[in-house]
Design a binder for this molecule. Structure first.
Ligand code: GDP
Ligand code: MG
Length: 181
């Protein structure tokens, strides 16, 4: 690796998608700021936060985009999704319908982002709110779905209790960089 390559700044654009209330904003805030706040105002349009992480001795900046599912903003989706390096599909393990709509979010993303190689575009799925008792989606169901979509990596998280957030975002960064383990 040349000196120029070693110091070149890497910026990864990461999209968080999924139904409203699944915990996208909470996951982003827990990862970036180590904070969990019970109530958030609904995201308007899309917002991003950045965090620097080390991936295999390389410093990369993750630019994490938190979106709203609000139909009013769908005309903006194309502009937001373009140039993404990884798309994170989030569902709530206590809400079956948020799991059933994952395919819709995946299709929407591919339609608007228009990646050059859609079959191999890096997605990561997060099943959030595993701290809650009333689970409706099993690990097996989630893993099966991910396997059926060209082996999307799957992580279970709790934004509330900070469970596996670091591991999940580390995998997200690696997938965005094209590293699959
Ligand atoms: P978003 O609409 O996808 O951005 O979801 P939010 O981050 O706004 O979260 C929706 C609600 O779920 C809020 O009341 C959060 O406090 C709550 N929430 C988010 N993540 C978790 C979690 O891991 N566990 C629990 N118990 N609640 C969560
Ligand atoms: Mg939100």
């Amino acid at each position: 690796m040349s000196a120029a390559e070693a110091t070149r700044k890497v910026m990864l654009k990461i999209m968080l998608l999924g139904d409203s209330k699944v915990g996208k904003t909470s996951l982003m805030n827990q990862f970036v700021s180590k904070k969990f706040i019970e109530m958030y105002k609904a995201s308007i349009g899309a917002d991003f936060l950045t965090k620097e992480v080390m991936v295999d001795d390389k410093l990369v900046t993750m630019q994490i985009w938190d979106t709203t599912g609000n139909a009013r903003f769908q005309s903006l989706q194309q502009a937001f999704y373009r140039g993404s390096d990884c798309c994170v599909l989030v569902f709530d393990v206590t809400n079956n319908s948020s799991f059933c709509t994952l395919h819709k979010w995946r299709d929407e993303f591919l339609k608007h982002a228009k990646p050059s190689d859609p079959d191999n575009f890096p997605f990561v799925v997060l099943g959030n709110k595993i701290d809650l008792e009333d689970r409706q989606v099993s690990i097996v169901q989630a893993v099966n779905w991910c396997e059926s979509k060209n082996n999307i990596p799957y992580f279970e998280t709790s934004a509330k209790e900070d469970t596996d957030i670091e591991q999940a975002f580390q995998a997200i960064a690696k997938n965005a960089l094209g590293i699959r383990e």
